[in-house]
Design a protein around this ligand. Structure first.
Ligand SMILES: [Zn+2]
Length: 225
């Protein structure tokens, strides 16, 4: 089981690298194991070049339990998420360039434009800025990740979570694709928002399908009063 998870993590690392959702040795992936242990990609190796035996295991306090390589400097971010979200089994942190550009420009990844994103991810909010790889960098994400499966860390990168590695990875793909589409829409004169009625229907659909909270969507679109 653990070996299978290691192989899956390696294959997802390769997909992230192939799609240029990270540069050089950026980004990291983790998954929850039994007994509060976390399997995680190590520091210093490109996600596309990993082997299953390169992955490390840390405990809830960030202590290295197994592995010959150094743990990632972003381990605090991953541990904070597992502490905050009991339902999360996998965490993917990447540096998707277009979504990142939105945070550098201070332009939100508007939640009220792409219907499938409204229904599935709800919204993709951006955290305040915090120095990466520190407690501050992890803690700025705490409130948002408690209620969202896909968020942007301001001037840093994305965090996507899910009940499986594949689900956390696919949310990253979706997030960057949304940013690409929105960028194109901005170049074509600016994206147009969905109407209030359509957002209400999507919020209801999100609840009916058991995907997540509809009120959160309404709040993000300014329709919760
Ligand atoms: Zn990073």
């Amino acid at each position: 089981m653990e070996w299978q998870l290691r192989q899956e993590m390696v294959s997802i690392g390769k997909r992230i690298d192939d799609r240029r959702l990270v540069a050089a040795t950026d980004g990291n992936i983790s998954a929850r194991l039994h007994g509060g242990r976390i399997l995680m990609t190590p520091s210093g190796i490109a996600l596309g070049s990993l082997r299953p035996q390169d992955l490390v295991i840390i405990d809830h306090a960030g202590r290295l339990l197994s592995g010959t390589l150094k743990k990632s400097s972003e381990f605090r971010l991953h541990l904070m998420i597992y502490e905050e979200r009991r339902d999360v089994v996998a965490v993917v942190h990447a540096h998707p360039p277009i979504a990142n550009a939105f945070t550098f420009a201070g332009v939100p990844l508007d939640p009220c434009i792409v219907p499938e994103v409204v229904a599935t991810l709800g919204s993709i909010p951006t955290t305040d800025y915090g120095t990466p790889a520190t407690d501050e960098g992890a803690n700025v994400a705490r409130t948002l990740i408690a209620n969202h499966d896909a968020i942007m860390l301001q001037r840093h990168g994305s965090v996507t979570v899910g009940p499986t590695l594949l689900s956390a990875y696919q949310k990253l793909e979706k997030l960057e694709h949304t940013a690409e589409v929105l960028l194109a829409a901005h170049q074509l004169g600016g994206p147009k928002k969905l109407s209030k009625d359509e957002i209400l229907k999507l919020a209801r659909l999100r609840e009916d399908l058991g995907i997540g909270c509809g009120v959160e969507v309404l709040r993000a679109c300014g329709l919760d009063e």
